[in-house]
Structure formats: structure tokens, C-alpha cells
Design a protein around this ligand. Sequence first.
Ligand code: PMP
Length: 400
Amino acid sequence: MKSFNPDLFRQQFPALKQTGCYLDSAATALKPLAVIKATEQYYAHNGATVHRSAHSAAQQATELFENARQLVAELLNADSHRQIVWTKGTTEAINLVAQSYARPRLQADDEIIVAESEHHSNLIPWLIVAQQTGARVVKLPINKFFMPDLNQLPALLTKKTRILAIGHMSNVTGGCPDLQLAIKLAHNNGTVVVVDGAQGAVHSPPDVQQLDIDFYAFSAHKLYGPTGIGALYGKAALLAEMTPWQGGGKMLTQASFSGFQPQSVPECFEAGTPNIAGVIGLGAALSWLKTQDMVEAERYACALAQAAYDQLSSIRGFISYRAPGSSLLAFNIDGYHHSDIAALLSEQGVAIRSGQHCTQPLLDAMGVSGTLRASFAPYNQLADVDRLYESLTYALSLLE
Ligand code: PMP
């Protein structure tokens, strides 16, 4: 039975006792006890590697490891757990697609459309593969709401467009483009769509089959799981066409000095000893999330961001970049530098992000050098909103 109780939810996060007013969950979410215990349990009572040895500890670790793959498949409604490839996170997952799917296929003058609002993780891998192949990266500009302007997409899609790279949710505004429309337009043009789910997966996990997503990348650490682990979902036919990008142990079935035979998908993309504790921790996070009403939890976090927006709106010079309804609140106070404010908030125990949020082209288009960003999670409470407001007004009084 799923439920959401803000107090019980909050009690699951011991780090809150130290972090105080933590409003930086869009950078990384804190970890619940279920995840802490699962990783500790693995290191304290097992510690064996996976898919290699026959002893019982190794078998037990392998079972937990593969069970987590199944849980990711369920989260995304993938047809099969064999379509889930372990990576270090979103960044590595997108680089894997760029190097293993795109690089062998791209030809000079082919085009890759990338939305202007993308995180550097969904831009730089495409710039690199463009340099390697002579393909061109084409910008899908943002509209006045700082969202990818899908009205411009049909004109940008040409017979040379091979890939559309677009984010599920902006890590600055919290806005979500109409993925269904973007994918439909791209597919009508024979273009493959790569979705950066780093920010979106925790707020509204996608149904990859219903949306017809070709590739979806996400990181465990924004989903209450450990850092250094994430996954790539790919359509089976696309993954099957890809060549391994890193060579090493366990990605092959046979090796000699004249060559090697790759393993099947997904193992052929998982060379070397994996992040076993990370995968087990992600599995624990997903099992725990199944007991929580995450729709209600998301509504609660968005209401906190709305309350913060309402309070901060009374401050002179307040400029919001927040997409309506989002749990993220990116803002500036006219006349003050975002990093000065963030430093003063930190001195008062309020943790928020300031800067470019790894989205320099987006901020250039918005005409700002950086912003502050308070991001709310279901473990926050109204007291955090009050504390943000009070600390901010105090910081501004010092800077006046
Ligand atoms: N895309 C977006 C939208 C993000 O917010 C982030 C993390 N800040 C990433 C990609 C990269 O994720 P990671 O660093 O976990 O690979």
C-alpha cells in the first residue's frame, strides 16, 4: 500500500540532521535509510563481485545486482531488463550513445539537433561526436518560457537530421517539454531521440514504450540512490546495432590475439568490475520508492516551491525563472550577484545552488550570468521556506 506522510518521509533521511535547510536536491538528493542500509549490508556482510564466481556470496550479490536492473525496467516500463545498461550516470549514458550508436553512423554534414536548454551532459557529447565525424550540431532555440521551442522543430528537421537530443526536465526552470510531440515529429522524420532524464526521472518517471523513446539516460543519485551509478535505456533493436565502446573483462564471450566475440546486450557495454554497491543501493532506492506515493510527494514538493515563490515575490527585485508548478525555483535578485547571496545563505545554514547549473547556452539565451536555485524535495517542509525567506532578506540587508 503506497502512502506519503511528510514527517515519516523526512525521518528516513538522517543527513538532514547535519545539512539543516537542504534546498539543493536538484543537484543531488539525500539518501534514505533503505539505501544507506543496503550499501552498508553489501560491504559489511557480502563484498563479493558479480557474474564471476560461483560461491554463495557472489551469487547473492549477482541476484541483487540483476534484481535492480529489473526494478529500473519496471520504473521506466521497459519491455525487458535486458534493455537497461549500467553506466556511471546520465553523462556516461549519453556519451555511450554518442560513441557507440552515433559515431559509426554519422557522416559529414549529418545533423544532430540539441535543445538550447540542455545540460552540458546533453550537449558536449554531441559536439565531440560532431568533431569526430564532421556532423553538425544544430540548435533548437528556447521560447519565451525558456523551453525548447517545438514550433521551430519541424523546420529544423531535415533529411540529414539523425538525432534529436532533448531533456525530460530542465534542471534550471523545472519545465518539461512536450516529449510526445517532439518524439512524434522526430520519428516522422526518421530521427532517433535521446532523452536526458537526469532531472525528470524522479519527478515523473516516463513510460518509455508509450512515449516511444529511443534512448533514455538517468542518474541514480537524483532518485535517492548512490552517486556514480545510472543507466541507459535503449530500444532493443538500437542497442543490438551498437558496437561496444569500452573493452575489458566480462564484455566478451571469447578472446584471442586475433579478436574477440562481444557478449550480448547489455553486458557488452559493461566492461570491467561494476559499481556493485551503487547498483544494489539504486535497487534499494527503487524498492523503497514503491512504498511511497510519489505522485502525492511530488505535489507536496511543488507546493513548497510555490510557497517559496509567493514569499520571495514580495522582495524588491525578485526575478523568477521557475516553470509554473515545478519543485525548482531558480531566481535572481536584481542588483545583487547570485554567488554573494548564496555564500551568505550558506553562512546561515541554507544550502542552495548558484551559478550556471552546467547550462551555459541556456543562461546566455536568458541573458543572465547565473541564477540562484532552491530545489525542493518531499523531505523539505514549510519551515525551510520560511528559513529561505528570512535568510535571504537578512543577506540582502548585509549587501545593501
Ligand atoms: N542532465 C541534467 C538535466 C542534470 O541535471 C544533470 C545533473 N546535474 C545531468 C544531466 C548530469 O548528470 P550526472 O552528473 O549524474 O551524470
